[in-house]
Design a protein around this ligand. Sequence first.
Ligand code: ADP
Ligand code: MG
Length: 411
Amino acid sequence: MRASGKAASGGRFLTIKDVPVAGRRALVRVDYNVPLDGDRIVDATRIRASLPTINYLIEGGAAVILMSHLGRPKGRRDPRMSLRPVAATLAVLLDRPVRFVADALGAEAAAATAALQPGEVALLENVRFYPGDEANDSEMAAALAKHGDLYVNDAFGAAHRAHASTCGVADHLPAVGGLLMERELDVLGGLLASPQRPFVVVLGGAKVVDKLGVVSALIERCDVLALGGGMANTFLAAQSCELGRSLVERSLVERAAALLTAAQRRGVAVLLPQDLVLAGQARTGVPTLVAGSDDVPADLAAYDIGPATMVAVADAIATAATVFWNGTMGVYEVPEFARGTAAIARAIAAATRRGAVTVAAGGDSLAAVAAAGLEEGFSHLSTGGGAALELLEGKVLPGVACLDTGPAGRP
Ligand code: ADP
Ligand code: MG
């Protein structure tokens, strides 16, 4: 069955629930780009997030062939980035055997996946061991497509990449979204389409250049925009604060100023840090000092939001019906500068408890949520950092645009 169009044309994509799966070989792109310590998986969140789709396909009578990238092997086989340990963890989580196929291409891999029976699961080796994946090479896409007769993209975290395994493969097979892809698009798309108000956005992190697009897009949607972390410094500089040795991107100060003006025109309340935690360097054991944002000594740098700012942002969150958070409020890796981030995570968890819709995205932000033991305190923790931000910026995600739409696709 070939559906009638591609999601690129604006239609809602089909999911595995819209197509027959019994007796089919489902080639599923997942995001198993997990943190490894040797061959130990430090955090299996991304593997867990793939289980609903895999279980749905198994129960529906499909054979499941999984493919993913891991790390940046740059087109060459690198045993440190093998998916073999992931197959072992997945087998435990699924409570059934997972056949690890030590190649993603080639005759042996093809034979292994051709022999797979309904209800069986195989995981191919890292697709980025081949240069054709990131190059979105059409021959690589065609070769991958031979493993299945239905393509399922459940790799939301890689959906902003136009690679052979995320996107090119959809030229050769019927292509639908998995359950994780559907949930991510529903939740994040919902923030753009119809957020319950007040909608409070909290953005932090180090690199302001990564965040200008999302600031610009969310100014059009939110009621309160709270900025923290290193990126807030550039906005403070736009308000003529002298910030000593803090990270400030001088070349972006003018754009930051323009965004502040745009926010004001839209009636969005912008919360910039009123006070900051300062030190000579971001290292554990250093002496720290709290100062007003317009009172930073020349030889110190800001590494966290101060206590007055924590209260102001938490107060805003306390009024919110919807919260989106990305980017830590400080150098959370160093305990001295982790308090602001932890305070914001706790404030959001409290908002969730009283019924607010709360969403966090980003590798470091989610690591901070986990470190605070607050994973259950959010309505949704996105598995995609870059993909989530690009979606909220209004960009088309190639891994979604390549999926089929059809008569069964909901608008
Ligand atoms: P995410 O991974 O959640 O998208 P980011 O990568 O954007 O978050 O931001 C987290 C990073 O920002 C951390 O490595 C943290 O150390 C850094 N950071 C936050 N605040 C500052 C600051 N004031 N100065 C320098 N680095 C900062
Ligand atoms: Mg990060």
